[in-house]
Design a protein around this ligand. Structure first.
Ligand SMILES: NC(=O)C1=CN([C@@H]2O[C@H](COP(=O)(O)OP(=O)(O)OC[C@H]3O[C@@H](n4cnc5c(N)ncnc54)[C@H](OP(=O)(O)O)[C@@H]3O)[C@@H](O)[C@H]2O)C=CC1
Ligand SMILES: O=C(O)[C@@H]1CCC=N1
Length: 292
């Protein structure tokens, strides 16, 4: 795997790039990525979002971007097209766009939709990068896994890196299958931490704290633990041991987690996410319509 951390993008990315970006689908993940782009060097006037749900238009317009319901119009002048619709509707979305791509780099962020499926749906259009970002993109602390076939040129890889780097960490994988693992770890990952936060906030309340108190303590602890894990030379395992005094309170908590094999359940949960990603890939491989 090749990691490209956030910060200065490769030099090629800044050559003759107009940065005109079209998003097909303007939901949660598109909005998160747009938030990251706007916080970096990208101009709102260069971003067009095609989104059929009128209720989302005001939210999108507040970001300053152009909003349309016409996918063909959105992709027409774009240099980069981000496919940000659900995997299940990708075939329906791409069918009318099949002949619209001439000079655009396509970045698909849809879980489980393979390059071969995208390429087939687009009449063998070659300039496709798959990316798996996550919602902290909104605050430029996202993490994205990227994959492209060997046919995709360096300049297009650099451009994809530039776009996703606006959202945070970029990491290229060498095999497309690894995107299933990326999806399980970081694509879906924010949800697992929110799930843990929900449980901790509830536990604090059950033990006598107010909701506000428990929430404040839980969120600050999550922030502190994440910052320590990112900045410390020690592994997460060592940092955990540092909190765990012999026969103390943390040991009691960890023993309770080990007794019910919480770690095994977490591994099984991530495996389920990766399996679902692979299932979507298989279901969509020969599809020309919607898939469950
Ligand atoms: N949410 C996340 O954390 C992440 C999501 N992803 C991927 O991003 C993609 C989008 O996910 P997310 O943003 O959560 O989904 P959302 O449902 O929030 O956004 C997708 C939007 O696309 C709209 N849409 C449906 N059909 C079309 C069409 N024909 N043309 C244009 N837009 C259309 C949807 O409208 P409607 O509601 O009417 O269908 C919806 O508003 C998915 O493929 C997902 O796998 C990747 C990484 C993380
Ligand atoms: O849940 C999903 O399918 C999408 C992909 C990764 C995060 N959300």
């Amino acid at each position: 795997m090749h990691a490209v951390t956030s910060g200065q993008a490769p030099e090629q990315a800044h050559e003759t790039v107009s940065h005109k970006i079209a998003f097909i689908g303007g939901g949660n993940m598109a909005q998160a990525l747009i938030g990251g782009l706007l916080a970096q060097q990208f101009k709102a006037a260069d971003i067009t979002v095609s989104e059929p749900v009128e209720a989302l238009h005001d939210t999108l317009r507040e970001l300053g971007v152009k909003v349309t319901t016409d996918n063909q119009q959105a992709v027409h002048d774009a240099r980069v097209v981000v496919l940000a619709v659900k995997p299940q509707v990708m075939a329906l979305v791409l069918e009318p766009l099949r002949d619209q791509f001439k000079n655009q780099l396509i970045i698909s962020i849809a879980a489980g939709v393979t390059i071969s499926t995208l390429s087939r749906l687009l009449g063998n259009y070659p300039r496709i990068v798959r990316a798996m970002p996550n919602t902290p993109a909104l605050i430029q602390t996202g993490a994205s896994g990227l994959y492209a076939t060997a046919a995709v040129e360096t300049a297009d890889r650099a451009l994809a890196t530039t776009v996703l780097q606006a959202a945070g960490l970029v990491l290229w994988v060498e095999q497309e299958q690894q995107l299933d693992a990326v999806t399980a770890v970081s694509g879906s990952g924010p949800a697992y931490f929110f799930y843990l936060m929900e449980a901790m906030i509830q536990a604090g309340q059950d033990m006598g704290l107010t909701e506000a108190q428990s929430k404040a303590l839980t969120l600050q602890t999550a922030l502190g633990a994440a910052k320590m894990a990112v900045n410390s030379p020690h592994s997460p395992a060592q940092l955990r041991k540092n909190v765990t005094s012999p026969n103390g309170t943390t040991q009691a908590a960890i023993e309770a987690m080990d007794a019910t094999q919480v770690n095994v359940h977490i591994q099984q949960a991530l495996q389920a996410a990766a399996t679902r990603s692979a299932e979507l890939a298989i279901a969509l491989e020969h599809s020309s319509a919607t898939v469950k």
